[in-house]
Ligand binder design. Structure first.
Ligand SMILES: *Cc1c(COP(=O)(O)O)cnc(C)c1O
Length: 394
C-alpha cells in the first residue's frame, strides 16, 4: 500500500529530513558518553526554546505518560484541584484526578469555547484551598487555545500549582513556563516538533518538585516516577531506565532545527498557517469550529462540518482519493481538522489541506466556494511571507 502524499493531520506530524537522518544514528549504549552528551544537549535545547530555568525532564514514553506521571506525582487523596475542561483532554484529566482521589472542582465550557481566566479567579474566591490547577493549552480536537499566560499567574497568586497539557503547542506555539508561572508543562515530541512519538517533553518548577517530594503517594521506582528522574538523572547523572535511544536522537535534531530556523520564525510559521486556514475556510463558505478566531489554535484549525457529513467518512475519502490525511474529530463533535504542525506549517501546505478538504466536501455534495477559499489562503500565506522577509532577521 502506498503511504499518503501529505500528512495534514494534527499529529503525529511528518518528520523533517534532518530528523529522519538523526533517527538513523547508530543505536548506542545509553551510558556511552556520546549518548549522554546528546541527551544533555537535547535538554539544553528545549530549555532554550522555552526560555526556561526550570528543570527539563525528557521522560520515556508518549506524552500521555508524562501527563499521568505529573498528575500522579502532584495529587494526593482529598487534594482540592481545579480542572478546566473545554475539550476531550481536559475532561480526561478531570477523570484521572478523581480516580487519584482528588476533590475536583471543574469549570466546564462548551467545546467551541475556552475557560475565561476571570472565571478561574472567581473559582479561587469561591473555593478556598485549591492546590492545583490543571489546564490544556490547545485542545487539539477542538482547535482552541486557552490563555495559560493569564491562568498561571492567577494560580501562583493563590498559592496553587499549575499542570499544563501543552502536548500540541510545545515547540510551535509560544509557551513560557517561567514568565507565565507554569509549574509543570508537558509537551509531545510528535506534534509541532515533528519528532517520533515516544518522549514526554516536560518542565518542572522548584515548587512542583517540593510538592512531589512532600507527597507520599508520588510514584517511585516506577516508569511513572518523575522523582526518579529528578533524584537519579538530574541529581546524580544516572538514568532511571534505558531511554529510547533512537527517539532521543530524533528529538534532539528536531530541537536543533527549531533553533537553527529561529524560535520566533518557527512559531510564526504556525501562526501564518493558521491564519491562512482561517481565511480559506471563511472564503470557502465554511465555518470555524471555535466560537471566534481569537481563541483559535495556531497549530490546528478545526472546521465545523454540516450535519449530514460524517468526519471519518470524509477523511477516509480524502485520504483514499487524494492522498491527503486530514484530522477527524476524535469524537469532539461535527468537526474536521487541518493540522499545521512542524513541516506541515511550511509554505503552501495549508493550501493543500484546504484544497483536499474543499474538493472532498464537493464530492459529498456540499456547496463550497473552492476557488475563493484557495485564493484567500494563498493571499494570506503570501502576505505573511512578505512580512517575514521584510522583518529584521532573527
Ligand atoms: C496529542 C495530544 C495528547 C497526547 O495524546 P494521544 O492521544 O496519545 O495522541 C495529549 N493532549 C493533547 C492536548 C494532545 O493534543
Amino acid at each position: 500500500m502506498e503511504g499518503p502524499a501529505f500528512m495534514l493531520n494534527p499529529g503525529p506530524a511528518s518528520a523533517s529530513p534532518q530528523t529522519l537522518r538523526a533517527l538513523s544514528t547508530p543505536v548506542t549504549y545509553h551510558n556511552d558518553p556520546f549518548f549522554i552528551e546528546r541527551f544533555r544537549r537535547a535538554q539544553d535545547r528545549l530549555a532554550q526554546i522555552l526560555e526556561t530555568q526550570h528543570d527539563v525532564v525528557l521522560m520515556q514514553g508518549e506524552c500521555m505518560l508524562g501527563l499521568e506521571a505529573a498528575a500522579r506525582s502532584l495529587v494526593w487523596p482529598g487534594m482540592r484541584c481545579l480542572n478546566l475542561a473545554s475539550g476531550i483532554y481536559g475532561k480526561g484529566m478531570g477523570m484521572w484526578l478523581r480516580s487519584f482521589g482528588a476533590e475536583v472542582i471543574e469549570i466546564e465550557v462548551p467545546f467551541r469555547d475556552v475557560v475565561d481566566p476571570a472565571d478561574v479567579r472567581r473559582a479561587f474566591d469561591e473555593h478556598p484551598g485549591i492546590s492545583l490547577v490543571t489546564v490544556v493549552h490547545s485542545e487539539t480536537p477542538c482547535g482552541t487555545l486557552t490563555a495559560v499566560e493569564e491562568i498561571g499567574p492567577i494560580a501562583k497568586e493563590h498559592g496553587a500549582l499549575t499542570l499544563v497539557d501543552a502536548a500540541s503547542t510545545l515547540g510551535g506555539v509560544p509557551l513560557r513556563p517561567d514568565e507565565w508561572k507554569l509549574d509543570v508543562c508537558v509537551g509531545a515530541s510528535q506534534k509541532c516538533l515533528g519528532a517520533p512519538a515516544g518522549i514526554s517533553l516536560m518542565t518542572v518548577s522548584d515548587d512542583a518538585w517540593g510538592a512531589m517530594r512532600a507527597n507520599p503517594d508520588a510514584p517511585r521506582a516506577s516508569i511513572l516516577s518523575l522523582l526518579d528522574w529528578k533524584e537519579l538523572w538530574l541529581e546524580q547523572g544516572k538514568f532511571p531506565l534505558t531511554p529510547s535511544i533512537s527517539d532521543m536522537y530524533g528529538v534532539d535534531a528536531a530541537f536543533g532545527e527549531v533553533l537553527e530556523i529561529g524560535v520566533p520564525r518557527y512559531f510564526g510559521r504556525h501562526e501564518r498557517a493558521a491564519a491562512a486556514c482561517r481565511a480559506g475556510i471563511a472564503a470557502m463558505g465554511l465555518e470555524l469550529f471555535p466560537r471566534s478566531a481569537d481563541i483559535a489554535s495556531p497549530c490546528v484549525t478545526a472546521i465545523a462540518l454540516p450535519d449530514e457529513i460524517d468526519d471519518l467518512q470524509l477523511c477516509g475519502h480524502v485520504r483514499e482519493r487524494y492522498g491527503v490525511v486530514l484530522g477527524d474529530s476524535e469524537g469532539a463533535g461535527k468537526i474536521v481538522r487541518i493540522g499545521h504542525m512542524g513541516i506541515a506549517a511550511r509554505s503552501f501546505e495549508p493550501v493543500v489541506g484546504l484544497s483536499a478538504l474543499g474538493r472532498g466536501l464537493m464530492d459529498f455534495g456540499v456547496e463550497v466556494s473552492l476557488g475563493d477559499g484557495l485564493e484567500a489562503a494563498a493571499m494570506a500565506v503570501g502576505e505573511a511571507a512578505l512580512e517575514t522577509v521584510q522583518a529584521p532577521s532573527v
